[in-house]
Design a protein around this ligand. Structure first.
Ligand SMILES: C[S@@+](CC[C@H](N)C(=O)[O-])C[C@H]1O[C@@H](n2cnc3c(N)ncnc32)[C@H](O)[C@@H]1O
Length: 276
């Protein structure tokens, strides 16, 4: 399958512009392998032809499918555990205390993938916030249509629930359908999933109706962006948070240069960020 240098550079620039995802030459193999199913589906003979078709309609279905195929949707329930321990023992008690009983708590899972992160947040809230089903609202956003459709469906395979979901919570908050598990309506009502591009200036317009946010999870996504883009993403997120709100990134993910806006809070040797 041929791909000229020119067409690789074009696809790489297109992906950067459309999603912020950096595909350098060392990732060419990844680009090729992720495009294989699309070549078959759209009956396209070569990578060059794919690039030409994307170029001719950068907002069309094929262009969307190319971006979607380059997103890495790997996720699991209660990933890394410490963010959920921090919610339970530090963040929720602080927010409940400062807001008083009954006030709404807005949370944003800013690269929600197939929804496991948002569900894990909702379950943690149910265990540690009084009247969580009425007070806590969680917005999950992602760029991938496929991941969003999955999250909206709320139906997980046995294999997926085995990755991180405690049995006690599974039997209480999911209903079995054949070999799959569906999130119960009570939990589902706390969650909304929407398409939003973190690298777009339109981001605030999409999320503002669900904010401002007391807590934002932004995990395992900054790694795909350039250092400058990471800073811009964090600034866009800060613009939609309350003062004193918590940002939870992947363990090593906050970009240098934005730290002046944030107070670093250490929890179990991990860093959390509090908006000053
Ligand atoms: C590896 S998953 C992380 C999921 C979850 N936050 C976690 O830590 O388990 C990364 C997600 O980021 C999404 N993503 C990539 N680029 C994005 C962008 N520009 N805007 C919004 N989401 C993006 C991908 O579609 C993917 O679902």
């Amino acid at each position: 399958m041929s791909m000229t240098d020119r067409e690789f550079k074009y696809l790489s620039a297109f992906l950067l512009k459309a999603s912020g995802i950096v595909v350098n030459e060392d990732k060419m193999y990844l680009l090729r392998s992720r495009m294989q199913p699309l070549l078959r589906k759209y009956k396209i003979a070569s990578m060059d032809e794919l690039a030409q078709q994307v170029r001719s309609n950068e907002r069309g279905p094929l262009a969307h499918a190319v971006v979607d195929a380059m997103t890495t949707n790997e996720t699991l329930f209660f990933r890394d555990q410490y963010p959920y321990d921090a919610l339970k023992t530090l963040i929720f008690p602080e927010i409940v205390h400062s807001k008083g009983v009954g006030k709404r708590i807005n949370i944003w899972s800013a690269a929600s993938s197939r929804g496991q992160e948002g569900i894990s947040i909702a379950l943690t809230a149910m265990e540690s916030v009084p009247q969580a089903d009425r007070r806590v609202r969680i917005l999950g956003t992602d760029l991938s249509d496929e991941a969003l459709a999955y999250a909206n469906e709320g139906l997980y395979t046995q294999m997926e629930v085995q990755r991180g979901m405690p049995v006690k919570l599974l039997v209480r908050f999911f209903n079995q359908e054949g070999t799959n598990w569906r999130v119960c309506p009570e939990l589902k009502a706390m969650l909304t999933f929407k398409k939003a591009n973190l690298v777009s200036d339109q981001l605030s317009g999409v999320v503002r109706p669900h904010g401002p946010f007391d807590i934002v999870f932004l995990r395992n996504v900054l790694i795909y962006f350039t250092v400058d883009e990471r800073k811009r993403v964090i600034d866009r997120i800060a613009a939609n948070m309350v003062k004193g709100g918590y940002l939870i990134t992947g363990a090593t993910e906050v970009a240098q240069g934005v730290r002046s806006k944030w107070e670093m809070v250490t929890f179990k040797n991990k860093r959390l960020w509090k908006l000053k």
